[in-house]
Design a protein around this ligand. Sequence first.
Ligand code: MLT
Length: 333
Amino acid sequence: MKNQVRAIAALCLGAAMLLGTCVTGNAAASKDKPIVMKFGHVMSTDNSWHKGCMKFAEIVREKTGGRIKVQVFPNSQLGDERDMAEGCQMGTIDMVIIGGIMGNFYEPIQLFEIPYFFKDINHVRKVIYVPLGEEIKADIYKQSGLVSLEFWERCPRVLSSNKPVLSVEDVKGLKLRTPEIPATVAAWKAIGANPTPMPWAEVYTALQQKTIDAQENPLATIASAKVEEVQSHIALTNHVFGTPQHIMSGGTWERLSAEDKAVIKEAAKEAREYQNAIAWEEDAATKEVFVKKGVIFTEPDLSGFQERSQSIHGEFAARYGKELYDKVQKAAE
Ligand code: MLT
């Protein structure tokens, strides 16, 4: 299945490349011969990620008078998040919105995906919108060659399943799909589940065919792939406040003029603010829709989840940076 998704993605990308020109320098760019940037993500078109990407494209078009054209590819059309980040490194894709999978390209960010690492969204904001966030972005560029334009906000991840989850004991042995992030897999093992990493585009079918029992994601992401059609329960575990990133290929970035770099940065900031505002509304609205559809919500006792995920903090802090770990924890104070 993964290979099929990759093959389809490669075909889409090939077709897209034939239809447009990837960034090859901006010297001769004009409205008639614009710079074309390919921007991919894994969500459906009604999700706030897509709306944020479209807003970015619109702002860039307005600010450059059509000299830079951003084409948005939703629904994993350019591949899964890993493929797209690799594409940005190779220069075959210009931009991606990427979630915790970014931890495969810049390992320290995996800390952010450990359940209950961040206390709440205010804790996240005290890290991503301050000089520490800028330091992380600079280090990402140094270590991966990817330009992190913005961190986006995301509503908390919750757990969907076909049985009620009221405490940590209820996830024992649960075949739980996770994104392909080592820290996430380790955390869910410690919690007692049987984590099964796979790309997001494969999750609906895997649940339908019962090769997995459960998955975890923010409500709007669950709705984006219609996962509620194949899951009866949602436990409000609120275990991860993710920090998706608006990533740009380092090659694309370096080919831009100083003036265009400034436009891209401003547009990315405005698009981030727009996405953040609608993401929280979308989460609340999705909950109402799910209740109407008959999805059963539970509010489990979180203490066991918190204690067990805490047990891997030391190991991952040592592996990915005790200094960053301490700085982030201190930001919550
Ligand atoms: C996933 O679970 O794969 C998400 O939807 C995207 C991400 O968290 O990276």
